[in-house]
Design a protein around this ligand. Structure first.
Ligand code: KIV
Length: 271
């Protein structure tokens, strides 16, 4: 049963209220119309059209190859399905790092061509000018610190970030810069729980974690991971709510068997 009848649309202001009231924010990724309809009907607060589409939808090893046009295709499909959730669209690698004008042009394309409500980009001080320019155009921006997968070749691994004091201090500094610039929320990925809780406490904007512990203001997961569609990805922070890989595999095998045996279609399944 859908929960979005008579429920007000989630906006950046609603998220701010949720933080003020101590209500936790739920966020999941969505890349296509059918999944986005289910996510929205279930009542998720934010749908992230993440550049993780590069991995889970397109099969790339990293998030780097996905293009702005591909992100626009995914985001436009999600927007057509959603009535309640706030939609955040990732600016893909290469669409904002060059300079702030390029960043603004990319963000404007996303807003105009998809109908999405906001954009997300990775990084702190190094992308501040781009964030400011996008915000000046009236486009809400969500920040993303900690493990930033678009910089995977700089880090060299997907292990926990900011375990050392120096990197943790730099992350806190970046988080405050993003808040001061006007970001409406911040994602923290794969950092110690104590650091996640500290950032959430020191910032007045919502802080949403993925592998950042339980002391933040909300949680985000990649839908395909929490549904167990991808059975090869098992990080500690992931809670699997289903084993959809096995369910789908078994259904596909049953169908193949039924076709081969002539059992499908039966009398009731034909005209
Ligand atoms: O692209 C994505 O799915 C993300 C989440 C991991 C936060 O950025």
């Amino acid at each position: 049963m859908s929960v979005h009848k008579n429920v007000k649309r989630i906006t950046t202001h609603v998220l701010q209220e949720m933080k003020s009231n101590g209500e936790r924010i739920s966020m999941l990724t969505g890349y296509d119309y059918s999944m986005a309809r289910i996510l929205d009907s279930a009542g998720v607060d934010i749908i992230l059209v993440g550049d993780s589409a590069s991995n889970v939808m397109a099969g790339h090893e990293t998030t780097l190859p996905i293009t702005l046009n591909e992100m626009i295709y995914h985001a436009a499909s999600v927007v057509r399905a959603v009535e309640r959730a706030l939609i955040v669209v990732d600016l893909p690698f290469g669409s904002y790092q060059g300079n702030s004008k390029e960043a603004l042009t990319s963000a404007i394309r996303i807003m105009k061509e998809t109908g999405g409500h906001s954009v997300k980009l990775e990084g702190g001080k190094e992308v501040l000018e781009s964030i400011q320019r996008i915000l000046t155009a009236g486009i809400p921006v969500m920040g993303h610190l900690g493990l930033t997968p678009q910089s995977i070749y700089k880090f060299g691994t997907y292990t926990v970030r900011a375990k050392e004091e120096e990197e943790a201090e730099r992350l806190i500094e970046d988080a405050k810069l993003l808040e001061d610039a006007g970001c409406f929320a911040l994602i923290l990925e794969k950092i110690p729980a104590a650091l996640g809780a500290r950032v959430a406490k020191e910032l007045s904007i919502p802080v949403i974690g993925i592998g950042a512990g339980n002391g933040v203001d909300g949680q985000v997961l990649v839908s395909h991971d929490m549904l167990g569609i991808n059975n090869e990805f098992n990080p500690r922070f992931l809670r699997k709510y289903h084993n959809l890989y096995d369910e789908m595999f078994n259904s596909f095998q049953k169908y193949i068997k039924d076709v081969r045996s002539g059992d499908f279609p039966n009398e009731d399944e034909q005209y």
